[in-house]
Design a binder for this molecule. Structure first.
Ligand code: 13P
Length: 264
């Protein structure tokens, strides 16, 4: 049976000095060797550690790939402090996170800008991982679906072929995750929104979940068969916990029964 590999992406955020980065990436690459090929890991270190992590991942092949946390819309030029998608590809990066809520909030990034970044990433041959998610206030006001719809409409390109990461802002770093049922409902909603945005019934865009994913939570979250994987923050800063999450993503390793609307 041919299964689409689950993606387990680690977002190191603004963490990682030279030695610690090398050790962590090396330990992940080492541990990933014993993972079945139905899981693919991605490490997104800060820009300063991309080269170093790329070296540590040499030989890991597709089992652990390199990603970055942001890119500029332009290819090059007078943009002090920015990094282009082409520069990321040049380090060996294959993925780039775009529109993370921390960038939307702290850097005022809006959907139109994120869409331009997606275009830049696609032009450089990178796979964009577009992050969307509602805040607690939007959730409490019953506006989550509207917010997610406008983020999908505004930040994806017409022929988007990357990855969508659903990261409810209230779940990030809080230790709180949506219930399995709630997440299943949201995934169904997101699939429908993608179908109408991309004008396609057969959506191939993997949908990941992110927000307080830990080794303890991962088996329940990843037992939702249609989930394309997870985007992990703090638990990706420790090789053992990140690898345990990857193990939970493997259908071949986990004996979790599938249930609900995604049973096939
Ligand atoms: P935590 O896993 O630390 O909640 O972070 C999630 C996240 O923001 C990943 O991009």
């Amino acid at each position: 049976m041919n299964v689409t590999p689950k993606l387990v992406i680690g977002n190191w955020k603004m963490n990682g000095l030279r030695e610690a980065s090398l050790q962590l990436a090396t330990a992940v690459a080492e541990g990933a060797r014993s993972l079945p090929d139905d899981v693919r890991m991605v490490i997104c270190p800060p820009f300063t550690q991309l080269d170093r992590v790329a070296e540590a991942l040499e030989g890991a092949g597709a089992s652990v790939m390199l990603g970055a946390q942001d890119c500029h819309t332009a290819v090059s030029g007078a943009h002090t402090g920015d990094i282009s998608a082409e520069m990321l590809a040049d380090t060996g990066a294959r993925y780039v996170l775009l529109g993370h809520s921390e960038r939307r909030q702290a850097h005022g990034e809006n959907d139109a800008l994120i869409r331009q970044k997606v275009q830049a990433a696609e032009a450089a041959g990178l796979i964009p991982v577009v992050c969307i998610g509602e805040t607690m206030a939007e959730r409490q006001d019953g506006r989550a679906a509207t917010v997610l719809a406008s983020q999908i409409d505004g930040s994806l390109t017409d022929n988007f072929n990357g990855v969508l990461a659903y990261e409810p802002v209230w779940a990030i770093g809080s230790g709180v995750t949506p219930s399995r049922e709630e997440l299943e409902r949201t995934l169904l909603l997101l699939r429908g929104l993608l179908q109408s945005r991309l004008k396609m019934d057969d959506i191939r865009v993997p949908i990941l979940y992110g927000g307080s994913v830990t080794p303890a939570q991962a088996p329940t979250i990843l037992s939702i068969g249609v989930l394309g994987g997870v985007l992990v923050g703090s638990a990706s800063l420790e090789a053992r916990s990140f690898l345990r999450i990857a193990e939970a993503a493997s259908l071949r390793l986990s004996s979790q029964p599938l249930s609900g609307p995604y049973r096939s």
